[in-house]
Design a protein around this ligand. Structure first.
Ligand SMILES: Nc1ncnc2c1ncn2[C@@H]1O[C@H](COP(=O)(O)OP(=O)(O)OP(=O)(O)O)[C@@H](O)[C@H]1O
Length: 396
């Protein structure tokens, strides 16, 4: 096994170097683990280049173990450095996560009780498993591929394709990530996401969406708050696809994670009702499901803002939003018996086609990385083929 220790010195509150020197390296030495290569990243994509070179050189090992001190963005860069067409015989990559980023969605989902991460012991859960202080378990990472295509493209180019291990979103979440990046210097913590959320709160996104089933399930599933269970989506067509029309406020899908921050449990059913195959859990809010809103317009958009915050606030209450429903007045609560406010869909893939007139509906977030769909184009996201879901692992 080739052991690589790598950290991003500017991730999160820039504490990675001291965490490695004071805790990570001493713990590895105490357990006789010899690090072959130690890297402090110097720039964006540096970690990705190091791992890609190792894989390409066919390092004399069938496994590369990467002790990764960063946020989710650096993990995303590493996964995307793989040459999709040339992986035969390439070593598998196992991550030991040291959460040094801002949000650390993957780490916080895998170790939900490891909060706050300001407590050193909470940083070391994955490393403790690797060195054998806790029962080691290596969990495969499910990957989703997102392809942005122009409508006339029959074969989208590789440059427009990316792999994700955490979140793929459009609508409000993509706008928040897009706008919060400019606030990073001023607000290094998660408060920058809240500021960007306020800025985008009255925006509705004009698009249509399509969903396809995961192979084993055979149907697109939707969560029913009455049954407290998933059921086949009632609007599936003869090809088992489900089509939803906009406007949308929220559209976010996850793999491997049930939260994006320690307490923001946006796709809670991925951990409380796990699927038996790799799937995308998709969280959708469409404001015209609200019985008190008959049509679009500035008043309707303003009226929906407090409901949106209530729903997203439910994610901070251990995922209570998935059981929130309307009453006949359009009020939102878990005790009501009208339509579910959140459409919680479980599927194998989705397609998002923004209206040409709506520029912000064309933003797509893949693990925090923002891209824009070309005018007239669409984004297609699907669970990767099984060989890709056995390529990356994480110690838990
Ligand atoms: N030395 C460096 N200087 C500037 N940027 C760097 C350096 N090393 C890595 N980066 C870049 O920093 C960006 C953010 O890193 P990362 O995702 O690890 O942390 P984060 O954004 O704080 O955390 P999270 O993704 O959990 O919110 C990545 O795009 C990475 O490429």
């Amino acid at each position: 096994m080739y052991l690589l220790a790598i950290y991003n010195p500017v991730a999160g509150n820039s504490a990675a170097r001291s965490v490695y020197e004071e805790h990570v390296y001493p713990l590895l030495a105490a357990h006789n683990h010899k690090v072959v290569q130690k890297v402090e990243t110097q720039r964006a994509l540096h970690a990705a280049d190091i791992v890609a070179q190792l894989v390409a050189s066919r390092v004399d090992s069938d496994e590369i173990s990467v002790i990764l001190g960063s946020g989710d963005g650096t993990l995303h860069e590493i996964i995307n450095s793989f040459d999709v067409d040339n992986t035969d015989g390439a070593p598998i990559v196992s991550f030991i996560l040291i959460p040094c980023g801002t949000a650390n969605a993957l780490f916080n989902s895998l170790f939900p009780s490891a909060s706050p991460i300001s407590h050193t012991q909470n940083l070391l859960h994955s490393l403790n498993a690797f060195v054998g202080l806790t029962k080691p378990h290596r969990r495969p990472l499910t990957l989703a591929r997102t392809v942005l295509s122009r409508s006339h493209d029959s074969v989208p180019s590789a440059q427009n394709s990316s792999l994700s291990a955490i979140v793929i979103s459009t609508a409000l979440h993509a706008s928040i990530l897009h706008d919060s990046e400019s606030l990073r210097q001023e607000m290094p913590g998660i408060e920058r996401f809240k500021v960007a959320a306020q800025k985008n709160s009255t925006r509705w996104y004009q698009a249509s969406a399509k969903f396809a089933p995961a192979p084993k399930a055979g149907t697109v599933q939707v969560y029913d708050p009455d049954l407290k269970a998933f059921k086949p989506h009632p609007e599936a067509d003869k090809d088992a696809e489900v089509h939803l029309s906009g406007p949308f406020v929220y559209f976010l899908s996850t793999v491997n994670v049930d939260r994006l921050e320690p307490a923001f449990r946006i796709s809670p059913l991925s951990s409380t009702m796990p699927a038996t195959e790799p799937v995308l859990d998709v969280i959708i809010v469409r404001p015209l499901r609200d019985p008190s809103i008959a049509s679009e317009g500035p008043d309707a958009r303003s009226a929906f803002v407090p409901k949106l915050w209530k729903v997203l606030g439910g994610a901070y209450e251990d995922g209570a939003h998935v059981n929130m429903r309307y009453n006949s007045m359009g009020e939102v609560d878990v005790g009501h018996d009208g339509e579910a406010v959140v459409e919680y869909i479980r599927c194998g893939g989705w397609e998002w086609t923004p209206d040409e007139s709506d520029v912000k509906a064309g933003l797509v977030c893949a693990d925090g990385d923002i891209s824009a769909i070309d005018k007239g184009g669409k984004a297609s996201c699907s669970i990767c083929e099984p060989s890709w879901n056995e390529r990356f692992f994480v110690y838990t």
